[in-house]
Design a protein. Structure first.
Length: 186
């Protein structure tokens, strides 16, 4: 959807309309449509005074997969959507010529270095070729971070989403973006 269209729809749609759309199309298709305004450009900022500030995870990433009430889901989308943080979601290219051991190593490296542009490509390839290996690697990566981090909960919600839809590129992008960009102290 073009920039003006998704933002216009977000600003114009009411809870009742969105609730009806969720019932008709399914919660994951609607969530996927609004994925561009559910992400944050950065989860870590530094002011000119040197003050470090971390943004919190968007609560919709944690709650949406577990909620079944379409009215509550509609409220969540309208409450947690942030058009000012909009991220364009482009198709994710594949690395189909890379062997699995190399793919795993490259994915772990790009995740640790917060290189989302490559991490999303390695992640997609591993997910589509060996889904179980993909989840094991992501759980290992999340365990490297701080115990207070919400990455564990986001990863569990991500897994619930992907089990329900098999693969949705926009939701894949949204969840992987948080897992890659949220800065942990290793």
């Amino acid at each position: 959807m073009k920039k003006a269209e998704i933002i216009k729809k977000f600003r114009d749609i009411g809870i009742a309309e969105l609730e009806q759309e969720i019932r008709e199309r399914g919660k994951y298709k609607v969530f996927s449509e609004f994925a561009e305004i559910m992400d944050k450009r950065s989860y870590f900022t530094v002011s000119v005074e040197g003050e470090i500030r971390r943004k919190k995870v968007n609560p919709i990433l944690l709650e949406f997969p577990y909620e079944e009430n379409s009215k509550i889901l509609a409220k969540m989308i309208l409450e947690y959507g942030a058009p000012e943080e909009r991220q364009r979601i482009h198709p994710i290219e594949r690395f189909s010529n890379i062997e699995i051991p190399v793919l795993k190593q490259k994915l772990m490296t790009t995740l640790a270095h917060q290189n989302f542009e490559y991490a999303k490509r390695y992640a997609k390839e591993l997910f589509l070729r060996q889904e179980e290996t993909f989840w094991k690697l992501l759980y290992t990566f999340v365990e490297l971070g701080e115990k207070e981090s919400q990455k564990r909960e986001v990863l569990r919600a991500f897994q619930v989403c992907m089990k329900a839809v098999k693969y949705d590129e926009r939701l894949f992008y949204l969840y992987l973006s948080f897992l890659t960009r949220y800065r942990d102290n290793y």
